[in-house]
Ligand binder design. Structure first.
Ligand code: NAD
Length: 477
């Protein structure tokens, strides 16, 4: 498998002046090369995007058609995209074929529905007379979009979907670790009716291509998804330049379980949420906080499910767990777990780096964790669940445990008492709360973070409106 080291700019493939190696995390071997975009490539892409938007001729119905066509193109090319995504991101084909590829198409279909439905409003002016005021909802302008490596094609869909629906041209920088599916999708843009320059893809590192995109004066908005460390820098830089910015960042999401919960369902959902894609999901429930009467039993059940998940080559249809993305990421995971074990935590499963090629790390459940352990406090972004318990049923006390984190991305509540669950949902400081549900989401519900998990929302009305500006027009007689 190889990929031409070129950028997609203004509807054309532009050869990159230097390249980066693409690695297969299952083996550590090289599977291709991508262009190492620099400030010059970013500038060319921003100019192409600016020129594309200038004629204001791409209407809502055409944008809707193009998004629907792109969704169909993904479905038609599902076989190749599945292989590409699996090899590039280390995801089992079971996951890419059932989740990543169909979900990317579904995301674009969802945004297609918005393209022709965005409206402004009219208002009655305060003064006397027949004047009228109206509020135009306009595209925000050229958007710089920066995405991480964990859901590469879905990440592209989450970014270009709202941009195209609102009529914004974009320059998208995929993660340098997983750019292949974005580049593949670019091949379909023209035949799907996306005018040249509306979607530009500049591959490369964050330090070079990403930083140049954030700094570019003609980029009106930055939409960033990634780590809290990088998101903070970008938010500060964007604020300094009065650029619109949304930052979707890391999480350390609590899973609260009460004794009256359906423990069979909860155990399976908790295990799938934290172990699928090896915990490399921003909203994964990574802190189990269960009532003391069920905590041990539940932790054992989750560990049992984790230990029986088949870890192996991504192209085997029976594989449920592939490798983590890189040697660096595996080292980070092992560092947190080893430190916790050395400080007295107990592993109910996993906790040991397996021998052999590829960056595999097993599902790990850690009991006897204490607040000073980094495994409990920091985002591990690996298949690691910590277990804590509580004795009371007091909403405020349990919410305080759940909220004891700098992050606020997601939270999960398991109980048979829906009134209690709603009380908890109100007390949790997180952008999303799921009751009696595992991971996942719904495109119609805004998603995003509170606290150090970022600000701004994707999906739902809030997600689409984040790509627009309001302009008030007052017309007197
Ligand atoms: P990362 O922050 O290292 O990189 C994300 C992207 O930013 C990459 O494309 C990278 O090249 C780019 N980048 C890095 N430094 C940059 C800079 N100085 N300027 C501009 N761009 C720069 O994150 P990652 O390791 O790729 O992804 C994992 C992180 O993403 C986790 O923290 C995870 O929680 C988070 N994430 C959050 C969400 C969400 O919706 N909240 C979704 C997925 C992942």
């Amino acid at each position: 498998m190889s990929c031409a080291p070129a950028q997609f700019i203004g509807g054309e493939w532009v050869r990159a002046s230097s390249t980066l190696t693409v690695e297969d995390p299952s083996t550590g071997g090289q599977i291709g090369q991508i262009g190492a975009g620099d400030a010059q490539a970013v500038d060319m892409a921003v100019r192409a995007a600016t020129d594309a938007m200038a004629p204001r001729r791409w209407g809502p119905a055409q944008r809707q058609d193009a998004l629907l066509a792109l969704a169909r193109a993904i479905e038609e090319q599902a076989a190749i995209l599945t292989v590409l995504e699996s090899r590039d991101a280390g995801k089992p084909i079971f996951a890419t074929s059932h989740i990543d590829i169909p979900a990317a198409a579904a995301v674009l279909r969802y945004y297609a529905g918005w393209a022709a439905r965005l409206t402004g409003e009219t208002v009655e002016l305060a003064g006397p007379g027949d004047g009228v005021g109206y509020v135009l909802r306009e595209p925000v302008g050229v958007v710089g979009q920066i995405i991480p490596w964990n859901y590469p094609l879905m990440g592209v869909a989450f970014k270009i979907g709202p941009a195209l629906a609102t009529g914004c041209a974009c320059v998208l920088k995929p993660s340098e670790l997983t750019s292949l599916s974005a580049l593949w999708l670019a091949r379909s843009l023209e035949r799907c009716g996306v005018p040249a320059g509306y979607v530009n893809i500049v591959t490369g590192t964050g330090a070079q291509a990403g930083a140049a995109l954030v700094a570019h004066p003609d980029v009106a908005k930055i939409s960033f998804t990634g780590s809290t460390a990088v998101g903070r820098q970008i938010a500060a830089q964007a604020a300094g330049a009065c650029k619109r910015v949304t930052v979707e960042l890391g999480g350390k999401s609590p899973v609260i379980v009460m004794p009256d919960a359906d423990l069979d369902r909860a155990a399976m959902a908790i295990a799938m949420n934290i172990f699928s894609h090896c915990g490399q999901t921003c909203s994964a429930g990574s802190r189990l906080i269960a009532h003391e009467s069920v905590a041990d039993d539940l932790a054992r059940r989750v560990a049992h499910i984790g230990a029986s998940m088949r870890m192996g080559p991504v192209d085997d249809p029976d594989t449920r767990l592939g490798p983590v993305i890189s040697a660096i990421q595996r080292g980070r995971i092992a560092g947190h777990v080893d430190a916790a074990l050395a400080a007295g935590a107990r592993a109910l499963c996993g906790g040991v780096v397996p021998d052999g090629p590829g960056y595999y790390y097993p599902p790990t459940v850690l009991c006897d964790v204490t607040p000073d352990m980094s495994a409990l406090r920091e985002e591990i972004f690996g298949p690691v669940l910590t277990v804590q318990s509580f004795a009371s049923t007091d909403l405020d006390a349990i919410a305080a445990m759940a909220n004891d984190t700098p992050y606020g991305l997601a939270a999960y509540v398991w109980t048979g008492n829906l009134a209690w669950a709603q009380g908890m949902a109100r007390r949790i400081r997180a952008g999303s709360v799921r009751i009696n549900a595992g991971g996942g989401g719904d495109m119609a519900l805004p998603s995003g973070g509170m606290k150090m998990s970022g600000f701004g929302r994707e999906n739902g009305r809030a997600g689409i409106e984040a790509y627009t500006e309001l302009k008030s027009v007052a017309m007197l007689a």
